[in-house]
Write a new protein. Structure first.
Length: 378
């Protein structure tokens, strides 16, 4: 479903380069073009002056880098620059930021491990199937997983979709018991009114978090839902710069900040967002359904950020995931717990010959229309 965009920043020092990721589904050609445009600003500059280069990428060319295409391009380059800096000093990225703040990080998976059909297309009238997929996640070693148990709805609907969502979550809870953490991603499908109904109905099931219960453009509506339930509300994957997070946190629109390192301006901006989240005592659980460079980035970030609580991971989206990358961190497959990478930078190596076997393919469209023919959110 996603074309992974890997960014390689080269230097004139033999063997010194960095890897980043700038994957943005359905915008692949735009991001690749944006990387070309932005790179004009920094080619020939000192790669160790990351903040200086970031300021150039974000502020020069007149337009600030806050649109998602440009912010994704900047993020991919910024991540590669930090990888490069770590390699230059011979230490993992998290050691550049003060050293590890924890011994291990817990991974969570998507139902079905990231297989498009299982995660995005299991209909919510198949509560039993949600229960089975939940059981599979736990059998795979995960102690936490995310599901899409809230269907697309018109701005106002009655009980039926709410009961369907509740049945799915009840089936998952029944299948895995109370010791496993269940998350539900609403994909910002509901209106604020419907989001509140779903949040209220799912409250008794003790979700670890409820994600994007309404549009991210409505921080006040997110805040209203966050106030109305004890379930922590999560959001942030579609915000691309510090000021947007400032506005979200100021109204307490979430308890869990899902900044995406590959969209929010890379590590440079993410560290500022994390500091702001800390001031509000908001947890960090970065959005990461993308490729392996993004996962390595999330983990390096997590080992350096006290408020980081869990790492989103996809392990079953394409069968060749492990062919294109070698990783420096260790995953205990029985518990899906990660211990820190000890290699320099992000600790990854990309097999470019393998990457070449998977050229761009047009992403499968995921277009949603409601029963009356009007346009809905995926
Ligand atoms: Mg999401």
């Amino acid at each position: 479903m996603r074309n992974w965009i890997f960014v390689k920043v080269l230097t004139n020092e033999p063997g010194l380069y960095g890897w980043g990721e700038a994957t943005l589904e359905w915008h692949t050609r735009s991001v690749v073009g944006a990387i070309e445009d932005v790179s004009e600003l920094i080619i020939g500059e000192d790669p160790h002056r990351i903040e200086h280069l970031w300021q150039m990428m974000w502020r020069q060319h007149f337009w600030h880098g806050s649109g998602v295409v440009r912010s994704t391009a900047i993020s991919g380059i910024d991540i590669a620059l930090w990888d490069l800096l770590g390699k230059s000093h011979g230490v993992p990225c998290h050691r550049l930021w003060g050293g590890p703040v924890r011994d291990e990080i817990r991974l969570y998976c998507h139902l079905g491990g990231g297989k498009l059909e299982s995660f995005y297309e299991t209909p919510v009238d198949s509560a039993k199937q949600f229960g089975e997929l939940a059981r599979n996640a736990v059998d795979d070693g995960f102690s936490a997983f995310k599901s899409m148990a809230v269907p697309p709805t018109l701005p106002l609907e009655g009980l039926k979709p709410v009961k369907a969502a509740e049945a799915c979550v009840a089936a998952m809870r029944e299948a895995v018991g109370d010791d496993v953490d269940i998350m539900v991603d609403c994909h910002a499908r509901p209106s604020p009114a419907m989001g509140l109904k779903f949040a209220t109905a799912l409250e008794p099931y003790g979700l670890y978090f409820l994600e994007e219960p309404c549009w991210p453009e409505n921080p006040e509506s997110l805040a209203a839902i966050n106030r109305a339930v004890s379930t922590p509300i999560a959001t942030g994957e579609r915000l691309t710069h510090l000021a947007a997070f400032r506005d979200l946190f100021a109204v307490r629109g979430c308890e869990v900040c899902q900044l995406d390192l590959t969209h929010c301006g890379g590590f440079t901006e993410a560290r500022r967002i994390a500091a702001l989240a800390d001031a509000h005592r908001i947890s960090l659980a970065p959005h990461n359904p993308q490729g392996p460079v993004s996962t390595a980035a999330s983990l390096e970030f997590g080992f350096a950020q006290p408020s980081y609580v869990i790492c989103e991971s996809v392990h079953n989206d394409v069968p060749w995931r492990d062919d294109v990358v070698s990783e420096g961190f260790e995953v205990d497959p029985t518990r899906r717990i990660v211990t820190p990478n000890t290699r320099p930078g992000l600790g990854i190596e990309i097999n470019e010959a393998e990457v070449k076997k998977h050229p761009f393919e047009q992403e499968v469209p995921q277009r949603v229309f409601y029963q009356d023919g009007s346009v809905g959110d995926w």
